[in-house]
Design a binder for this molecule. Structure first.
Ligand code: C5P
Length: 208
């Protein structure tokens, strides 16, 4: 049959990235972390001292994006998190990144993780997973991730940042974060990464 496209959507720090990478490896498919595209645009806006909500500049940065931007080491951290979420609310930015995401999977299939893969980018995806977890659990995971990278962070602040970014991603007009009607919701609250992966792989294999 056709090369499979697996959509992995969900809120911040739900573990989508790790899950998508492992699914891709298990299925022999390429993996694209689509959040990196928005992070790279947000990063470019911060670098030029621009307001990430500036639609004209943000669209220009999205169109100027290169492969090298996606490999930058400075795409994570609270400032880029919020800049990414701000540029992601701009329809022209999303439009500029659409062909790139579709082209990535063309002919060979892919596992893509993000917010709108199952709703907008690949409405006909072979399997749509919506990975969720309680806000407290997601904040805890983000805190561990930051600590592993040697970044000191305050738990309450991490939680409020996760909640603020989710609210912004859910309440925007353009491609708001929500499960596609035909998505399978995987709640990973209380599951470790191995257990979450085992469940996700079983769900996907059943549907390929
Ligand atoms: O997934 P990650 O946290 O890296 O994404 C950063 C931001 O990029 C999100 O908060 C969201 O605003 C935006 N994003 C999006 N659509 C995607 C992937 C990410 O709007 N498919």
């Amino acid at each position: 049959g056709r090369a499979p496209v697996i959509a992995v959507d969900g809120p911040a720090a739900a573990g989508k990235g790790t899950l998508a990478r492992r699914l891709a490896a298990a299925l022999g498919l390429p993996h694209l972390d689509t959040g990196l595209l928005y992070r790279a645009v947000g990063r470019r806006m911060l670098d030029r001292g621009a307001d990430p909500r500036d639609a004209v500049l943000a669209e220009a940065e999205a169109r100027a994006l290169t492969e090298a931007d996606l490999g930058r080491p400075d795409l994570r951290g609270p400032e880029v998190d919020m800049a990414a979420s701000a540029v992601a609310a701009i329809p022209a930015v999303r439009a500029a990144l659409l062909d790139w995401q579709r082209g990535f999977a063309r002919g060979r299939g892919a596992v893509l993780d993000g917010r709108d893969i199952g709703t907008v980018v690949f409405p006909d995806a072979t399997v749509k997973l919506y990975v969720d977890a309680s806000p407290e659990e997601r904040a805890r995971r983000r805190l561990l991730e930051l600590r592993a990278r040697g970044v000191a962070a305050d738990p309450d602040q991490v939680l409020s940042e996760v909640l603020a970014r989710d609210a912004q991603d859910r309440n925007r007009a353009a491609a708001p974060l929500r499960p596609a009607p035909d998505a399978i919701v995987l709640d990973t609250t209380g599951l470790d990464a191995d257990a979450a992966f085992a469940r996700a792989l079983a769900i996907v294999r059943e549907r390929l």
